[in-house]
Design a protein around this ligand. Structure first.
Ligand SMILES: Nc1ncnc2c1ncn2[C@@H]1O[C@H](COP(=O)(O)OP(=O)(O)OP(=O)(O)O)[C@@H](O)[C@H]1O
Ligand SMILES: [Mg+2]
Length: 254
């Protein structure tokens, strides 16, 4: 028997803001997320990438269709089953919001305190380790307001990693980072995948990052209001629809 994909998105239609009455921004979305892959979601600004992520983590309810995890419907199940499902993913939103009244260390340790039985010393060790992973060694006692935008972004990423999620959702993690830190971020994503088997679903505008990390890219077309391409970026660059080839070509050196 073939194994069930980690995530199955079936016939999904999504509304702006996830609210009833909002305009449908994408429909007919059908794709799987395979275990251990890095699926990158691309498309023009406003095409619905963040909205799609919000539906995939269960914050918004589909207008039509469904999202399955190991075959379980994310939006229609017992509350405790859903809570258990959600605990398996780490999420970093586009705004990368941190709790402003807590230090970085406290930001990272909050979910550990809520969702694990790790003793305090281990929570701290783990939080320091995650901060070091994103290049914020020594940031443990800093307040979010003391950080630059890029540092805040990396701290939010560290927080998404706090519970060692098997599935990581990242919404434009590289925007606002300098080239060195953007390259480090790509490396981190590849390392997570290679060493921990983490599955990653990531929205990005950085074309170089797509070619560096993506197993497959999913293209959301704003005009067609649906996905118009799904495949390895190299293949899409060669054989994808014209709009997708053009989008990807911008990032390829002449
Ligand atoms: N909370 C909201 N309420 C109403 N409309 C919203 C809300 N959030 C997003 N939208 C609308 O939904 C559409 C898709 O927005 P979304 O944020 O998903 O785009 P995106 O592809 O992530 O864009 P970007 O690349 O700029 O981040 C846009 O037209 C946007 O104006
Ligand atoms: Mg967005």
């Amino acid at each position: 028997m073939a194994t069930v994909p980690l995530v199955q998105v079936q016939g999904l239609a999504i509304r702006a803001g996830g609210v009833a009455g909002g305009p449908v921004v994408q429909r007919g979305l059908d794709f799987d997320v395979e275990r251990g892959e890095v699926l990158v979601i691309v498309g023009a600004s406003g095409s619905g990438k963040s909205t799609l992520l919000r539906h995939m983590v269960g914050l918004d309810t589909p207008h039509a269709g469904r999202v399955l995890y190991d075959g379980h419907d994310l939006h229609h199940g017992a509350q405790d089953t859903l809570a258990a499902l959600r605990r398996r993913f780490g999420v970093m939103f586009q705004a990368g919001a941190l709790w402003s009244s807590m230090t970085l260390g406290e930001n990272l340790m909050l979910s550990m305190r809520l969702f694990t039985s790790l003793p305090a010393a281990q929570r701290e060790r783990r939080a320091r380790f995650k901060l070091a992973l994103v290049g914020l060694d020594g940031g443990f006692d800093l307040m979010p307001a003391q950080l630059s935008g890029g540092m805040r972004k990396r701290a939010a990423l560290a927080r998404a990693l706090a519970l060692d999620p098997e599935l990581l959702y990242l919404d434009e993690p590289g925007s606002g980072l300098d080239p060195l830190n953007a390259a480090r971020l790509d490396e981190l994503v590849l390392n997570l995948r290679q060493h921990l088997g983490t599955t990653v679903v990531m929205v990005t505008h950085e074309i170089s990052s797509i070619f560096a990390v993506a197993t497959r890219a999913l293209y959301l077309d704003e005009q067609a209001q649906t996905m118009t391409a799904l495949g390895p970026p190299d293949q899409l660059l060669q054989h994808g629809p014209p709009a997708v080839r053009e989008f990807l070509r911008r990032g390829v050196p002449p």
